[in-house]
Write a protein that binds this ligand. Structure first.
Ligand SMILES: Cc1cc2nc3c(=O)[nH]c(=O)nc-3n(C[C@H](O)[C@H](O)[C@H](O)COP(=O)(O)O)c2cc1C
Length: 200
């Protein structure tokens, strides 16, 4: 059974720094051992309304807002490994990515309020990996964001297994100036997919 990897492009800047990194990570996953089955989506291609806090999802773990997020839930649930790539915007995720993360509250309710066994301790484990860049060198640049991503992953049972975080990457293509960055992303994707046994 091939490992299912979902790559999520969180930047609205097509071909930008996080895109280049995620492209490599997905390429690495495809080239891992048996080869992963790779799915990907770009959040800004979807209409994702921010969570409105109505708590309707507490009843059945289903979000009341019927927009494009409904297409993303099954893809999050189907993946064995989710690789999320988002640049830092104001010390957080991009708006599109954050909207998707907040809407995963429906999965959180499914897991923690409704105790859905498909997301419980006995369910097969999934892995999550985070890729990010920021323009500045701030020591705490990724602090809040990595926590947000950890709990986003947890909502669909994925453990935060690692990240690749780059400071001082701002202009389009800046990541190419770091000769190790893209190979690191390729290796991370390859390692993630080759070390994963689906269904366990
Ligand atoms: C709206 C906006 C907010 C940003 N906020 C931050 C920030 O808080 N800290 C930082 O270091 N860089 C910040 N940046 C810079 C981006 O993280 C940087 O340009 C990054 O390389 C963009 O990645 P991308 O090419 O994948 O879109 C911001 C950029 C934008 C457009």
């Amino acid at each position: 059974m091939a490992v299912k990897v979902l790559g999520i492009y969180g930047s609205p800047r097509k071909g930008g720094n996080t895109d280049l990194l995620l492209d490599q990570a997905l390429k690495g996953a495809k080239e891992a051992g048996a080869g992963a089955e790779v799915d990907s989506l770009r959040v800004c291609d979807f209409k994702i309304t921010p969570c409105r806090g109505c708590h309707a999802c507490t009843k059945a773990g289903v979000c009341a807002i019927k927009d494009d997020m409904q297409q993303i839930y099954p893809r999050l649930l189907a993946a064995d490994i989710v690789i999320l790539a988002s640049p830092i915007y104001f010390y957080g995720l991009t708006g599109w990515t954050k909207a998707m993360v907040d809407r995963s509250q429906a999965l959180w309710e499914r897991k923690y309020t409704l105790l859905d066994p498909a997301l419980g301790d006995q369910a097969p484990k999934k892995n999550g990996f985070f890729i990010s860049v920021g323009g500045t060198k701030g020591q705490k640049l990724f602090e809040g964001t990595t926590l947000s991503v950890k709990y986003f992953f947890d909502a669909f049972n994925a453990a935060y297994t690692g990240d690749l975080l780059f400071r001082k990457i701002d202009a389009f293509g800046d990541i190419l100036k770091d000769p190790e960055a893209l190979p690191q992303a390729f290796e991370a994707g390859k390692k993630l997919a080759s070390g994963f046994i689906p269904g366990q």
